[in-house]
Design a protein around this ligand. Structure first.
Ligand code: NIG
Ligand code: FE
Length: 411
């Protein structure tokens, strides 16, 4: 099967050589080919170029993209899309004055989702997650990371991770699974946090590793959840079983989680709504990707990650959704890109780099995803006819996507 896309108004993120990350000033550069074509064979981008140099290539299907933009599909490196039910009541409670913290303190929040998930069958959990995944692929997501963390028991965490494995099997997009064993302290362990960490380290991580269900190990490193010592114990145990750290840090408080992540070669440190100069300095010494989640800031009305400061310090930045029932019930990367431009003052070029190639880096897959490059996976977005790619962030809330191609096939 081959597809030829012709007359492309703007082909975005075209790379002659296979770069895997963009940092600092380079994030302002988004290479573009105007009046272009792309040839896909099977699941791979095999050729692209200017229509001026076009020598009638053969293909099973030809798509005329006159007036349209073609670009790599979004790479969403941080989600929790496997969950049961929703938390709409807590949403209304927050409108009426309770904070996210108040809700967690009265036993709601993550514990509320965990209770619902524990009482949900694996099949029902799969169906609910599959609907969300279908929806986000139609919104242009072509690679995604999915975390566990609403199980909080060995059985329920395994159930979540098996659902992720089944999604991987049933869907054409690249899915990277993460074990977020230490997401909240379960009620049974309220006065015995170390007992829960023992369970995570001695039983949960080995059980997950035995079934090869997770590539990454995550911890919610935050006041009232897991401190630096807890986080380090869990990361070390995960590393011992071959899982790379990729952690939640600095959502509400900055107290050294970034440095801890860097010390353990975290692939990414995510959230960073609170960020210190020391955090920036330590990131400069690392290969760790800082990840911002602007729709979480939007939904919880908390500060936005200082993305401008991060990029201006010469660092890379990735953008992801954080799709989850409590802090971000949205998996729309188009909204994330708009919000990063509007609220974090990223330029459209920086935001698109952050949501494609750097998102792929934060999942360890930027060799194959995140740019238009010969030999890379054919995961593409074709927009509707629009005046320019600036409209992607500018026309926030509009769905400007016409076609999504995943692994060389229309989704
Ligand atoms: O990334 N902060 C921790 N975990 C999720 C939200 C968890 C929840 O409220 O369900 C997040 O925002
Ligand atoms: Fe998260």
């Amino acid at each position: 099967m081959s597809i030829l896309i012709t007359n492309i108004k703007e082909l975005l993120q075209v790379r002659e050589t296979n770069i895997t990350i963009v940092k600092g000033k380079d994030m302002k550069i988004l290479p573009i080919l105007k009046n272009a074509y792309v040839l896909i064979e099977h699941d791979t981008i095999v050729e692209f170029g200017s229509m001026d140099d076009f020598e009638s290539l053969e293909a099973d299907e030809i798509i005329d993209a006159k007036g349209k933009i073609v670009m790599p599909a979004w790479c969403d490196s941080h989600t929790h899309i496997v969950y049961a039910g929703d938390r709409t009541q807590e949403f209304v409670d927050r409108i009426n004055g309770l904070s996210y913290e108040d809700i967690a303190n009265r036993g709601g929040g993550i514990l509320n989702s965990a209770e619902t998930l524990q009482n949900t069958t694996e099949d029902s959990l799969y169906e609910q997650a599959a609907k969300r995944l279908t929806k986000v692929i139609k919104l242009g997501t072509g690679a995604i990371e999915i975390k566990s963390g609403y199980g909080l028991t060995i059985e329920a965490e395994l159930k979540m991770l098996r659902v992720i494995k089944r999604l991987k099997h049933e869907f054409p997009i690249s899915i990277k699974p993460t074990l977020l064993a230490a997401h909240a302290i379960p009620k049974e362990f309220t006065n015995n946090k170390n007992g829960f960490i023992d369970l995570v380290v001695n039983e949960m991580i080995p059980a997950v590793a035995k079934e090869h269900l997770a590539d990454y190990i995550d911890v919610f490193c935050e006041k009232g959840y897991f401190d630096l010592e807890d986080t380090e114990r869990v990361l070390k145990a995960g590393i011992k079983y071959g899982m790379t750290p990729k952690i939640h840090v600095n959502q509400f408080n900055a107290f050294g989680g970034v440095a801890l992540g860097v010390k353990h070669n975290a692939l990414s440190v995510d959230h960073l709504e609170e960020l210190t100069d020391d955090d920036i300095s330590v990131l400069k010494t690392s290969h760790t990707m800082p990840v911002a989640l602007p729709s979480c800031s939007y939904f919880l009305s908390i500060p936005y990650t200082p993305g401008r400061q991060i990029i201006d310090a010469g660092l890379p930045l990735a953008l992801a959704t954080d799709y989850n029932p409590g802090s971000t019930p949205s998996g729309n990367m188009n909204f994330v890109v708009s919000t990063a431009c509007i609220k974090m003052k990223l330029t459209p070029e920086e935001a698109i780099n952050a949501a494609t190639i750097n998102g792929a880096y934060a999942m360890g897959i930027s060799n194959n995803y995140g740019s238009i490059c010969r030999g890379k996976k054919a995961n593409l977005i074709i927009t509707k006819a629009i005046p320019s790619y600036y409209h992607l962030p500018y026309a926030f809330g509009d769905n400007l996507i016409e076609t999504v191609i995943i692994n060389g096939q229309k989704f």
